[in-house]
Design a protein around this ligand. Sequence first.
Ligand code: ATP
Ligand code: MG
Length: 417
Amino acid sequence: MTQFDIAVLTIGDELLSGELPDTNTATIGRLLGAHGYALREALTVGDVEDDIQGALQQLVSRRQVIIVTGGLGPTADDLTARAAALAFGQRLAVNDEALRQIRDFFRQSGQAMHPRNEKQALLPQRARVLANRRGTAPGFWLQVEGREVFFLPGVPAEMTAMLSESVLPLLEKHHGGAPPRRERILTVFGLSEPKAEELLLTYPLPAGVTVAWGVDFPMVLVKLRADGEEADSLLDRAEVVVRRALGEHIVALGDQTLAQVVAGLLTDHGLTLALAESCTGGLLSAMLTDQPGASIFLERTAVTYANSAKEQWLGVPADLLVSEGAVSEGCALAMAKGMRQAAGTDLALSITGIAGPSGGSPAKPVGTVYLALSAAGQERVKGYRFTGDRQQVRRTAACMALEWLRRYLMTRNLEGI
Ligand code: ATP
Ligand code: MG
């Protein structure tokens, strides 16, 4: 493979004003990386013809491949084709192939074509068309001074499809294939990033595997990467090492989430679940009902915020709420048991705590959370002191509840939690 540098140019006022996050650059970087190519540079300009023209000229002077997104539509703010023609000293001309594609698109989707859409066929004279099966704007590419410049629509789904279907095959044809880059992500819960790194450092990884760290609060992501034909087997070996180092803190693999893992385990075990939430306000329920097929295992959930709700819906004794308070071991356990009795499920889990910023006391500071799980013949309750702001405490509590379920389902034993 010959060495070459790739740059991305994204175009759009809304990308600079903050109205719209630039996901195209991230998508392109990820897809290029997956094919063994690295993105060297990314630039964003607004819908200003001079700026687009200037950016194209600059990038062509220092990079071999440039991928441009946005501004190919039929509206007045879509200036990319004109700016490209100016930048590279070409005339704009109706491209017959592009016109045919636009007409075909309208015919196939049964819509009437607005005359303005013909503007999308007006391309730099030496442009070669890239098919767009999902939208009206054809892409195109140009060879300029030995460089290649690809122009793709801004709409993420159209851009992504054209990158995979047209641009990557052309890069491979012109520059040769790159060795594949593989990534494997392990999701870690219950360890901070530095602590996880410290534990992992004592175990050598196979040569050729690199580690990158990420956070998806409260989870820490261990990203293992390797290149080349051996990448998959290197990652298999590296995964064994990471599992040895971080053990039971690894809660999910790949792009799976902890909620997905728990939903899969509940389904596989054929067990039913009910939830009683207080400080998390339904967050745990939302995480589980996000999973398609949740109705197989989830019977009901209740958000019992006030003491009266805990009493009326879950049968938490009024005197317990007075003597121990709503944020207590006794209350958490009564919530879980009351919920399991009401729902008749195999399992019931409860969460009660103080998410803050107010409501804490010296005995029960903000972040105090009790979880309880009730199963046939077994029950477990435990208190935690989570740190962080209101959202962080709520998220950590919901994730800890998922982790309780995961551990119970792996061992069918509440002792290990
Ligand atoms: P269209 O034919 O839809 O007008 P276009 O090529 O002209 O396509 P733009 O008008 O620049 O593209 O963008 C169309 C839409 O695509 C934008 O409204 C925006 O939602 C989305 N989009 C554009 N650029 C990006 C980007 N860099 N990241 C994420 N979304 C983007
Ligand atoms: Mg547009």
